[in-house]
Every structure is written in structure tokens, then in C-alpha cells.
Design a binder for this molecule. Structure first.
Ligand SMILES: *[C@@H]1O[C@H](CO)[C@@H](O)[C@H](O)[C@H]1NC(C)=O
Ligand SMILES: *[C@@H]1O[C@H](CO)[C@@H](O)[C@H](O)[C@H]1NC(C)=O
Ligand SMILES: *[C@@H]1O[C@H](CO)[C@@H](O)[C@H](O)[C@H]1NC(C)=O
Ligand SMILES: *[C@@H]1O[C@H](CO)[C@@H](O)[C@H](O)[C@H]1NC(C)=O
Length: 463
């Protein structure tokens, strides 16, 4: 079991550096690993950038990043017809890899865009279920971005740009299983009584990627066909927490075997697009996508498949209000571009956060998550000075001259303001026991603080 330790203090000149040096040794079992606190940076930054890029970015169509499997195994007709119509009969999935050309990949431009979007960490696909490594892995022969396709260390180049230009924490997505890896299929045939694939591929590559690139976030996935003992998950995580170069700051998730999801590990990611609509005490993550269908870029996705900024901000507000982080996915093209629809959503979100970030970053769930009377209102809170500030993120601008909310309980000192707007608002208690009626002033469109999802701030409430 882990013991709680005090921080060590180093005195350097006039500055005191608090380092969370600890002699905690986690044991390779969930009882021990589950006691590790989630490093605090994660709960403060709230928003992550999820980035899907791989050989699937070449067909870039039906079923997104799942194209290979849905073509070869499910034999879905969209994929089969697409291949029959456009490729020679002997064309294999591996033949797509040379077309992952990445000639427009500009990691500096990506880093600047992510910074403008206001995200605090990344989950860049290091390897998806297809097994293609986006870094030159010693354990991947001819199925990685240095040997074929880009001829470039995509992961390393992005990590370097992000670290050089931003404070964003670089992190990765990594799939444990590989659909068609012969070693994996052999272990599977043996009902996972052998671990050839884990011993010769997964574990070596995971130690390699952590030692070489020091990701501070690891979104594990592709776990669900076998349990944690097959994957050697607890041994790996114990190393990650005890001895790895990122042991003090790394955050991971719960997808480490068919018996760990939503039960063990770091942050609960549970199922994709987790968004429970109520408070969850354990830190959790909504891994979602701007393309409502798939994470891999799809050339033939219609506009209606993309979330609007209003929809994206509503999901952001709901997620943060309920104690979650949001991991927002964009899909990259085969030539390395972030297309304008994704760029627009990210810049819109960043512009919104420039005004309203106070209601998101470093906030904590309030006593209420949504309002009791008015729908589409999500609350967050933050200690400021000796008091608590409460934020109501509203999706719809009131149509009348007042806005009535049920959850806030006022005091005679309650102050109501709108983030990004200079004046405070007049208000009345809605009833003797609680609620508030806010008098909406006349605000010209040109003086509105933002175009979508406005945030009321309450100070000196009774709750
Ligand atoms: C795996 O399990 C199946 C079903 O229980 C069984 O039929 C098969 O013989 C097992 N294979 C091995 C290699 O143990
Ligand atoms: C997997 O875990 C077992 C049991 O703890 C250990 O003996 C083995 O060395 C581990 N293998 C790898 C590749 O980490
Ligand atoms: C979990 O994986 C193990 C193999 O490691 C397998 O025997 C078991 O059936 C799986 N359980 C579920 C619920 O899929
Ligand atoms: C608040 O959320 C709960 C749970 O999702 C829901 O049942 C309720 O209708 C919501 N309240 C309003 C006013 O929308």
C-alpha cells in the first residue's frame, strides 16, 4: 500500500521549489495503484486535444480509423464497395501506408493552434489498432512513420514543437491490441495463456515511447479482448508511477484490460464520449470527437456531421460541471493538415475561453451541476479569496427581461456579473428559500462579451 508523504522542500537562492519528491513505491496491483492521487495539473487544465492520425487517414472515409477492420473483418458494404471501385483487387491495407505523405505537416502551426484553442494537454495517437507507429520504434519493422510513408518521427516532432512553443503537456494515445498482428492473433488463439505479443511488442514499445518522449498523459485503449494480467498492465503502471521519467506528473486512464475499465487505473474514461450528466467523484474524462461519427478524418463527412460551436460548448460546460475533463478529437489528413472546420471550432473555443476561461480552468464542481428550473444551465465553482465564486454557463440568452435560476441561494451581499461585461446586474431573490431573478439589461450586440454560451458569475451566495 502507498503511504502519503510530505513534499520535500529545496531552497534555491531566494526561491523555494516545492517538489513532490516521494519515496512512495506503488506495488503492481490495483489496490496500491488506485491510491495514487491524480496529479493536480490534470484537473486544472480541463481540456485536452485528441489527435487521430495514421494509415487510416489515407482511405479517410467510411468508419474512419476503423476502416481496415470494417473492410476486412466486418466486411461492411461501404468499405468493400469503396475498395472494389477504387483499387485493384490485390490492393492491401499496407499499400495505403506510402500514401501517408504528411508533406504539409507543420508541428509549429499545430502547436500554435492548440495554444490558441486553450487546451492543456494532448493525446496524440502514437499507435492505433492498425499497429502503425507514429514514431520510429525499434519494435516495429516497416510499419512505422520513419520506415514508410512520412519518413519522419511524427510523434517526436510534435512533442518538440509543443514543448518549445506552449505550456501544453504532451501526451499520447496508445492501443494495446493490434487487430492483425500475427503474435497477437497467436496469443488470442491460445486464449491468452501465452504473452508473446505483450513480451515482444507492447511492453517494449511502451517503455520505449515513455523513456524517449516522456508523455505526461497516456490514454490507453484497445484493452478489451483480454484482462490486465495478459497485458501486464499493473507491472507497467507501477513502473510508470515509481521509476519512469514522468513518474511525478504522468496521468493515465482506466483502459488496461477487460476488468479495469471504469474500475481501476487513473482517470475514468469508461466508454467513448462518456458524459453522465451528473457528478462523478472520481476524476473522469469525456473522450469525444468534433466529427460526431468518427475520430479519423473522413473526406466525405458532410457539414452536419460536425458539432457546431454551440454544441461543443454545451458539452464542455456539462462535462466540467460534472467533474470531468473533455478530450476533444480532430482527425488529420493523409498529407498532415488540420482542415479549416476543425481549425474554426478550435479558434472559436479559444476565443470563448479568452472571455470565459475563469468558469472552466481550475474550477471544481459546485453543489448543483445543472439548474433546477432552467434547462441548459451548468454550474462550476472556484474559491477566490475567502469566498466561493459560482459560475452559471447558460446555453440560451434569455428571451425576456429576466433570467430565473433555481439553484443559487442569495444573501444580501450577493453580486451578479456576466463574464466579459463591465457592469454588475440587478437581481431579486426568486423566493424566500432560494433562487434568483436576474434583471437583464439592454446590451447592444456589439457589446456582448461573446456570441455563444454566456457565463454569469455569482459572489457571496449562501450556497
Ligand atoms: C480456447 O478456448 C476454447 C473455448 O473454451 C477451446 O475450445 C479451445 O480449445 C481453447 N484453446 C486453447 C489453445 O486452449
Ligand atoms: C509480465 O509480468 C510477469 C508477472 O509479474 C513478469 O514475470 C514478466 O516479466 C512481465 N513481462 C513483461 C514483458 O513485462
Ligand atoms: C477478459 O479477458 C480474458 C483473457 O485475458 C478472457 O478469458 C475473458 O473471457 C475476458 N472477459 C470478458 C468479460 O470479456
Ligand atoms: C438537470 O439534470 C437532470 C439529470 O440529467 C435532469 O433530469 C433534469 O431535467 C435537469 N434539469 C433541468 C431544469 O433541465
Amino acid at each position: 500500500m502507498a503511504l502519503k508523504m510530505h513534499s520535500a522542500v529545496q531552497i534555491v537562492g531566494a526561491c523555494m521549489l516545492w517538489t513532490s519528491v516521494s519515496s512512495i513505491r506503488y506495488l503492481p496491483n490495483w489496490n496500491s495503484l488506485d491510491t495514487r492521487p491524480i496529479p493536480s495539473w490534470y484537473d486544472d487544465v480541463k481540456i485536452g486535444m485528441y489527435i487521430h492520425w495514421g494509415v487510416f487517414s489515407v482511405p479517410s472515409t467510411y468508419y474512419g480509423e476503423w476502416f481496415w477492420y470494417e473492410w476486412q473483418t466486418s466486411k461492411y458494404k461501404e468499405c468493400v464497395q469503396f475498395m472494389n471501385k477504387n483499387y485493384k483487387p490485390d490492393f492491401t491495407y499496407a499499400d495505403f501506408a506510402p500514401q501517408l505523405t504528411a508533406e504539409f505537416f507543420d508541428p509549429n502551426q499545430w502547436a500554435d493552434l492548440f495554444k490558441a484553442a486553450g487546451v492543456g494537454y494532448t493525446a496524440f495517437v502514437a499507435k492505433h489498432h492498425e499497429g502503425f507507429c507514429n514514431w520510429p520504434s525499434k519494435y516495429s519493422f516497416n510499419w512505422n512513420s520513419m520506415d514508410v510513408g512520412p519518413k519522419r518521427d511524427l510523434l517526436g516532432d510534435l512533442a518538440a514543437a509543443i514543448r518549445a512553443r506552449t505550456n501544453i503537456r504532451f501526451g499520447i494515445y496508445h492501443s494495446l491490441f493490434e487487430w492483425y498482428n500475427p503474435l497477437y492473433l497467436e496469443d488470442k488463439m491460445n486464449n491468452y495463456t501465452t504473452q508473446k505479443f505483450v513480451e515482444s511488442k507492447v511492453m517494449p514499445e511502451m517503455y520505449e515511447v515513455v523513456n524517449k518522449y516522456k508523455p505526461e498523459y497516456i490514454f490507453s485503449d484497445g484493452d478489451w479482448e483480454a484482462d490486465d494480467t495478459y497485458w501486464n498492465s499493473t507491472e507497467f503502471i507501477a513502473w510508470l508511477y515509481n521509476d519512469s521519467p514522468v513518474k511525478d506528473t504522468v496521468v493515465t486512464n482506466d483502459r488496461w484490460g477487460n476488468n479495469s475499465r471504469c474500475i481501476h487505473g487513473g482517470v475514468y474514461a469508461c466508454d467513448d464520449k462518456m458524459n453522465p450528466g451528473h457528478l462523478i467523484k472520481r476524476k473522469w474524462e469525456n473522450a469525444m470527437t468534433i466529427d460526431k461519427q468518427w475520430a479519423g478524418f473522413r473526406r466525405n463527412a458532410p457539414l452536419s456531421d460536425y458539432l457546431t460551436i454551440e454544441e461543443l460548448l454545451a458539452i464542455l460546460a456539462e462535462t466540467v460541471s460534472c467533474g470531468g475533463n473533455i478530450l476533444i478529437n480532430i482527425g488529420i489528413t493523409h498529407d498532415g493538415l488540420i482542415v479549416p472546420i476543425f481549425e474554426e471550432r478550435l479558434r472559436q473555443m479559444g476565443a470563448w475561453l479568452d472571455v470565459n476561461g475563469e468558469s472552466i480552468y481550475a474550477t471544481r464542481p459546485w453543489s448543483n451541476q445543472n439548474d433546477t428550473l432552467t434547462s441548459g444551465v451548468w454550474y462550476t465553482s472556484k474559491k477566490q479569496g475567502s469566498g466561493l465564486s459560482v459560475y452559471a454557463i447558460i446555453q440560451n440568452w434569455p428571451t425576456g427581461q429576466t433570467l430565473t435560476l433555481g439553484a443559487p441561494v442569495t444573501t444580501s451581499n450577493t453580486v451578479v456579473s456576466l463574464l466579459g461585461y463591465p457592469n454588475t446586474f440587478r437581481w431579486l431573490p426568486a423566493s424566500p428559500v432560494g433562487g434568483i431573478v436576474i434583471q437583464m439589461p439592454y446590451i447592444p450586440v456589439s457589446r456582448m462579451p461573446c456570441q455563444w454560451a454566456w457565463v454569469f458569475k455569482f459572489q457571496n451566495l449562501a450556497n
